[in-house]
Design a protein around this ligand. Structure first.
Ligand code: WTA
Length: 648
């Protein structure tokens, strides 16, 4: 296999979509209607963003009351579709209420546990919960913290909140009690939703226990709704806890959807940034609905009979946008899976694809590399001929993994949509369409209506050299700010280049205008596609009583993309031991979540710092990876750089 791949890589092939794919694609049909002949013409014409996004809205959603202006842009805040009356639930749920079509095919991790939920049933379940929440006092603008795994109760909770105009804020179920508590306190949620437990790798993860621990110090929380998933014993707080099935039992399955302003907040999702605590990214109803729906319709080309599997977790933006909202707006059938990819064995995913005849699969490079590692024999046992398109997201995909995905999963029949975007962007920004020629490893070109570039330090566009990835114009799915932190919003995204959105990624544009995203700048890690701030890991370490200082860096990792190495300075007199190393690792797991635990913890006496006392991660990383550390003479302690290699 390796030989084949090397040959293919050397050829630097361009993968052209078939004529059939192009002609039948949603985007091409739309172009025909508009009299647009070529891909380039489409991109050129869509530079008129107000025209393009108005058309995109017509293609995907229906306003309750039409908008006044397509866009108002002030102080880096965009109001798209001003004064339109809307609620995303009208399009995601209410318009499908009479359909027997399946919205979600859900598989639990224990084998044989499959549930098919029709649009009609989903509508009723959401209404029941929304009515129960209303009885509890949940109303427009209230924040509801959700801590649930990949079970149908998760999308149901999201939609119930949105239906009432309440704001949901989901915390990934793999995150720790502390992470959940921190977010609930930041948003001062009065209500939270969780479940007793869930299955992962054959074991029960006791989520209610973690929620209980978090809720010991969340003064704003009044009620906790608990969904029964595993039926195991849980501790019960009579004053606070309510069983989901009990509070919904007698509620009506009809519930009026709150009519909102299109720009009202739909959700907050916390994500890691360059400094300090995770920031609460805000998204709205209308713009987000248009952005997610049109990208899913065009990039993954979904049609009436497709079975779509976005194999992400709803706790991340990919799941919010492409498991819940966009697929429901388009009315497609989606697959949702609770558990681990290698349970009970390494072919669980291929079994799922075969069983449900999935036609479009969207996953991450980390997952692809993991399956490469398991070997092709697991794939060969199953019929994957239902697949017609593939997708990748979350991190740069190395050409070797791209080729493997193309060859062994797509059987050389499926184009690969490598989509670049962020929690902040809400939807795909740089991505192929089914009409785009592909180059393995490149996310190709901006989606129509999105204008991207790569700038040097002086803010000038550069070609064929690494620089800062920027977006030049607002787009409807873009964030509406950082919750309770307008200064950080301005500083993070709008300070480096005036009037231009800074993505925080390093990228290159080639002479054909193709984008090659190389990764985050040095302050954010991507471990298995999950975004974790270096500073978050460092503050978790420093919160341990024996740690004085810490620096966390990412090292390239064959499967996970990046692995975490932490350098730790212990408090005076502390002895180094293997137990302590283990304890610190678990401590980070407890503070943030298992995925943030460092693979390597190394003890040092000093860390290189600037004269103002800032730890120089960039220098540490260069030294560890054997690269040029640049000029270190301005550091306050240049000798610490060499000492890194003697770390224990
Ligand atoms: C990275 C995930 C290369 C990038 C949707 C970005 C990618 C960060 C790609 C956002 C891609 C995402 N190629 N890098 N196709 N997609 N990234 O907020 O560094 O979890 O800034 O959103 O993931 O991560 P987030």
């Amino acid at each position: 296999m390796e030989k084949d791949l090397v040959v293919l890589l050397k050829e630097k092939r361009v993968f052209k979509p078939s004529k059939e794919l192009i002609e039948n694609s949603n985007v091409k049909k739309w172009m025909n209607k508009q009299g647009i002949k070529t891909y380039n013409e489409l991109l050129e014409k869509a530079k008129d963003i107000e025209w393009f996004w108005e058309e995109a809205a017509k293609e995907t959603i229906e306003w309750k009351k039409p908008f006044d202006k397509v866009l108002e842009w002030e102080n880096h805040y965009a109001n798209w579709f001003t004064k339109a009356q809307y609620n995303i639930v009208f399009d995601a749920l209410d318009k499908h209420k009479d359909k027997d079509k399946i919205a979600f095919i859900w598989e639990g991790e224990p084998e044989g546990e499959i549930e098919k939920i029709s649009y009609k049933k989903l509508y009723k379940e959401v209404n029941k919960l929304a009515n129960a929440m209303k009885t509890m006092g949940v109303k427009k603008g209230d924040r509801v913290g959700i801590y649930l795994p990949m079970i149908p109760a998760l999308p149901i909770s999201m939609l119930a909140c949105a239906k009432l105009g309440a704001i949901h804020s989901i915390v990934f179920s793999g995150f720790s009690a502390n992470a959940f508590r921190e977010r609930v306190n930041d948003e001062t949620a009065k209500w939270v939703v969780t479940c007793d437990g869930f299955y992962r790798r054959g074991k029960i993860i006791p989520l209610k226990k973690a929620a209980d621990e978090a809720l010991l110090e969340t003064p704003s929380v009044e009620k906790c709704i608990v969904f029964k998933r595993t039926g195991e014993q849980v501790e019960w707080n009579e004053k606070r806890d309510l069983w989901w099935h009990e509070i919904t039992e007698k509620e009506s399955d009809e519930c009026e959807t709150e009519i909102l302003d299109s720009n009202d907040t739909l959700f907050i999702l916390y994500t890691s940034g360059t400094t300090g605590k995770p920031k609460g990214i805000i998204h709205d109803h209308g713009g987000y609905a248009v952005g997610t729906a049109i990208t899913l319709k065009w990039v993954f080309d979904l049609k009436e009979n497709d079975v779509w599997w976005c194999a992400a977790d709803i706790g991340w933006i990919t799941g919010h946008s492409y498991i819940v909202y966009a697929p429901l707006i388009l009315g497609v059938t989606s697959v949702m899976y609770e558990g681990a990819p290698n349970f009970p064995e390494a072919d669980r995913w291929w079994e799922i694809i075969d069983r449900h005849k999935i036609s479009v699969l969207y996953t991450s490079p980390t997952a692809i590399r993991m399956f490469m590692h398991f070997g092709e024999e697991w794939i060969e046992k199953h019929d994957l001929s239902s697949l017609r398109l593939l997708g990748s997201v979350g991190e740069p995909i190395n050409p070797e993994a791209w080729m493997w995905y193309y060859k062994y999963i797509g059987k050389e029949n499926c184009q690969i949509m490598d989509t670049w975007w962020q929690t902040e962007t809400g939807n795909h920004c740089i991505t192929p369409l089914p009409i785009t020629d592909l180059k393995p490893g490149s996310a190709t070109k901006p989606f129509p209506g999105i204008q991207a570039d790569v700038f040097n330090r002086e803010g000038k566009p550069i070609v064929d050299a690494g620089g800062e990835l920027v977006l030049l114009k607002p787009w409807p799915g873009m964030l509406k700010g950082i919750y309770k932190n307008p200064d950080k919003y301005q500083k993070t995204y709008w300070e480096m280049y005036p009037e231009v959105y800074l993505a925080g990624d390093v990228a290159r544009v080639d002479s054909d205008g193709y984008f090659w995203v190389q990764g985050r700048d040095s302050d954010v890690l991507k471990v298995s596609g999950h975004r974790i701030g270096n500073s978050e890991i460092e503050s978790a370490l420093v919160s341990h009583p024996l740690v004085a200082e810490a620096a966390a860096i990412g090292k390239p990792h064959e499967i996970k993309g990046e692995s975490i190495t932490a350098f730790v300075i212990l408090k005076k007199g502390t002895e180094i031991s293997e137990e302590l190393r283990k304890e610190l690792r678990e401590h980070v797991g407890k503070e943030i979540g298992k995925l943030a635990r460092p693979d390597e913890i190394l003890f040092v006496e000093a860390l290189p710092k600037t004269r103002s006392g800032k730890i120089m991660r960039r220098v540490i990383k260069a030294k560890v990876l054997g690269k040029d550390t640049g000029n270190i003479s301005t550091l306050s302690n240049p000798e610490a750089v060499e000492e890194l290699l003697k770390a224990k």
